[in-house]
Design a binder for this molecule. Structure first.
Ligand SMILES: [Zn+2]
Length: 277
């Protein structure tokens, strides 16, 4: 049974428009190649220019909040910020031990979040995926397998990672995701054309708690609340969660205090989709 959702089963394809930086890189390669034909003795300069360009491309892919390689949502649109909205994003689930408790906490505070889930985990726990949607949250695409080498994949492998999770989400809930987050936020220039083809928008974050590696809830909370403002996109994890005193997942300790601080600041957590419409 598909969960209740007003989303269509497929996302509409976007037109891929290379960023100014990518267009510049292509032009630089053409100029370097042309120079080589006309003045072969200048090859060290051509080579140096191309190597430098590739270093910048790689650095941009390893910097999760960069938008050199294509559009990348790091904050909510100004109109959402003007409404006092922020977005809670919760990654790497669904997790049978953590996600139900996260859902109960969000219910208690009457707020909605965006869950960036891993395709193969959705396939393992489809009921949890349906539960996320049934409670009014958004289920988004965090790749099929959450590979550490995601940013090293070529176009075909990226397409499979995106499509695999998209199919798992559609199969479990009957609806398509609208947003994509790369594993650890790491990318390469082949990702944006594939996201456009799949009708997905890349999202990173304004701030993250590093709650997969830090088991100190106070530090995670402080990182998330530093400079809290309307329009923020905050990142926590229900999958791969670090544990407080080897037991409680950090998110369960942090969320109540985080939601209280958000409310005290007069801000309203909404899904990415609600904020961007
Ligand atoms: Zn992740």
């Amino acid at each position: 049974m598909p969960a209740s959702s007003d989303r269509a089963p497929e996302a509409a394809q976007r037109t891929f428009r290379p960023s100014a930086f990518i267009r510049g890189s292509v032009a630089l390669h053409a100029v370097a190649g042309g120079a080589l034909l006309i003045e072969p003795q200048l090859w060290p300069w051509s080579l140096a220019a191309v190597v430098a360009d590739h270093l910048v491309i790689t650095a941009a892919g390893l910097w999760p909040r960069a938008s050199l390689l294509g559009p990348n949502l790091t904050r909510l649109p100004p109109r959402a910020a003007a409404r006092g909205e922020i977005a809670l994003t919760i990654d790497d689930g669904p997790d049978p031990e953590v996600t139900p408790a996260v859902l109960a906490l969000l219910d208690r505070h009457a707020v909605h979040a965006s869950f960036f889930c891993v395709g193969e985990r959705i396939a393992r726990h489809p009921q949890l995926a349906r539960e996320i949607v049934a409670r009014g949250h958004a289920l988004e695409n965090h790749s099929q397998r959450h590979l550490k080498r995601f940013s090293l994949l070529g176009p075909r492998a990226l397409r499979a990672e995106i499509a695999g999770a998209q199919e798992a989400i559609a199969f479990a809930t009957g609806a398509a995701a609208r947003f994509f987050r790369a594993p650890a936020g790491l990318r390469n220039p082949f990702l944006e054309p594939e996201l456009a083809r799949a009708g997905l928008k890349l999202v990173s974050w304004t701030r993250r708690g590093f709650d997969t590696v830090s088991s100190d809830p106070d530090r995670v909370l402080a990182r998330l609340l530093r400079g809290l403002a309307a329009g923020d996109i905050l990142l926590l994890h229900d999958g791969h969660a670090a544990r407080v005193a080897h037991e409680t997942p950090v998110i369960l300790t942090v969320l109540p205090a985080l939601l209280a601080a958000v409310r005290a600041a007069g801000l309203k957590p909404v899904t990415l989709e609600a904020a961007c419409t």
